[in-house]
Design a binder for this molecule. Structure first.
Ligand code: ZN
Length: 491
């Protein structure tokens, strides 16, 4: 019998806590890394893969996806998890809530969440977990049980949902959210969600640093007013119009409201999701200065780092918050390089063509919001990051270690003894052109169409299983639901 199930030889191993890379072999047994060292004998392993000098990154922990938002959850789990494997994403944390889209129903999570688990079970090619949004008063009461019994340790607030339509025009929000009569999804509700999450933390001090709240920061009133102005002026079209209809200060204002509420409620674990603009970043950093006792984390998406309103391929690039100007893209990179960003995500929300575009097809305000991109997250960040001087170790922290730590994935996020053998091989010199038709995602278009990415994911390993080889998917779905917080390896 072999000492190791798998040996990945001749890799340039990238780790979040070590600058540069280290030429080494990685030995795996029972799904975990057992040794990282040079010159491990091939004869000790049942299977050997020669990395031939490619980079070995820890599997990407993509902390922001939306499985089941526009297609049935079972369909997205099966198909979009393939796009994950293709991009080296080995753990997807995906947002889920009651109301329209997703399962299209309401009710307590005690009934809803087991159905979510049942629909996704056995279909995913990568490991996965769920963030849940407390939409009602009843949901706030359920937070402790979601933590203790269902392994959900992260929650979400969509700050604009109470007053502005998901896709740009206001509509009847209570029917969209399917909240009970008399309940409002407003700032007061957000306050009570924070109090609920903080209460759960206070009652579980040993888990408290891994229980957190994420916020989508946009302000409904600002967006409703500016949408009217942009439509009346009729000067801008496409993605530029959409960006102007949801101006950056709408993000900044929401960030300040969220931050003050965190201070007021004593909830320190706040994740500010997908900040898109210089103004949003500025607001987030001002709040970090004003409330040093709040442990803010700041998220950016790969879409906002590589595409702007002019370079994205058509209104398929409609997303909330919107793609911005080139100046905002450059500002995000400055913040990323300065260490102001904690993690980078895809915000993968597969929206198929037939659903994405409305009538007329080129009207950005009738199109749906969101697009996929998990398959481009790591290659785009490595390619563009290299060009801009972002260290590979920082990329490992931004795509794996930092989100794993925050979201209670104790056995994931690095390549080290005892950790899950979630490993991605990346060719840092393989430049290629994005074509939606080459993606494993069900989405038939991409705002990244035609872009040249400077690095390529060739192989992906999930807990030591080879799930992507030379860009081809291997085997069936072996991803598991990760109940959080999951244990860290013993040192
Ligand atoms: Zn999202």
């Amino acid at each position: 019998m072999s000492a190791y199930d798998l040996l990945i030889r001749n890799a340039e191993v990238v780790r979040p806590d070590r600058p540069g890379t280290e030429r080494a072999d990685i030995a795996v047994r029972d799904g975990r890394v057992v040794l990282v060292a040079a010159g491990i004998p091939e004869s000790d392993a049942a299977e050997t893969v020669d990395a031939a000098g490619r980079l070995a990154f820890p599997g990407v922990v993509d902390a922001h996806q939306h499985w089941g938002i526009y297609s049935p959850l079972e369909t997205d789990t099966a198909q979009e998890s393939k796009a994950c494997a293709q991009g080296g994403v080995t753990t997807a944390l995906t947002y889920m809530r009651t109301g329209q889209y997703y399962l299209g129903k309401s009710g307590p999570y005690e009934e809803f969440f087991p159905e979510v688990l049942r629909l996704s079970e056995g279909r995913s090619h990568v490991d996965y977990g769920f963030h849940l949004a407390p939409m009602t008063r009843e949901h706030i009461e359920e937070i402790p049980r979601l933590v203790d019994e269902h392994g959900v340790t992260s929650f979400k607030i969509f700050m604009f949902y109470g007053g502005h339509g998901l896709h740009g025009r206001s509509s009847d929000q209570s029917s969209f959210l399917m909240t009970p009569p008399g309940e409002r999804y407003d700032v007061a509700h957000f306050e009570f969600v924070m109090r609920g999450v903080q209460k759960a933390r206070a009652e579980r001090p040993e888990l408290a640093d891994r229980i957190s709240l994420s916020l989508h920061c946009e302000t409904a009133e600002i967006m409703t007013a500016y949408t009217r102005i942009v439509e009346e002026e009729d000067r801008l079209t496409g993605l530029a119009a959409y960006s102007a209809s949801r101006p950056a200060h709408s993000e900044g204002l929401a960030v300040t409201i969220a931050s003050y509420l965190a201070h007021e409620t004593g909830l320190p674990t706040i994740n500010l999701l997908h900040l898109t603009s210089a103004k949003a970043m500025d607001a987030a950093l001002r709040m970090a200065g004003a409330f040093p006792h709040v442990d803010f984390r700041r998220e950016v998406t790969i879409g906002h780092l590589v595409a702007d309103v002019d370079t994205a391929h058509g209104i398929g690039g409609k997303v909330n918050p919107p793609l911005r100007s080139r100046e905002d893209v450059e500002a995000l990179w400055e913040h990323l390089l300065a260490g102001d960003v904690d993690w980078v995500v895809s915000d993968h929300a597969c929206c198929r063509e037939e659903l994405k575009f409305g009538e007329p097809k080129d009207d950005v305000f009738v199109a749906k919001s969101g697009f996929g991109g998990a398959e481009y997250l790591l290659p785009a960040l490595v390619g563009e990051g290299r060009r801009r001087g972002l260290g590979m170790d920082r990329i490992a922290a931004l795509t794996a270690w930092n989100p794993a730590q925050r979201f209670g994935l104790g056995s994931k996020g690095t390549i080290a003894e005892g950790y899950d053998a979630d490993i991605v091989l990346v060719d840092p010199d393989a430049s290629w052109t994005v074509r939606a038709e080459d993606s494993f995602s069900a989405q038939e278009y991409t705002p990244f169409e035609g872009m040249t990415l400077g690095a390529k994911v060739t192989d992906t390993f999930l807990r030591g299983r080879h799930i992507l080889r030379d860009g081809e998917l291997l085997g069936g779905p072996t991803g598991r639901y990760v109940s959080r917080p999951s244990a860290a390896p013993h040192a």
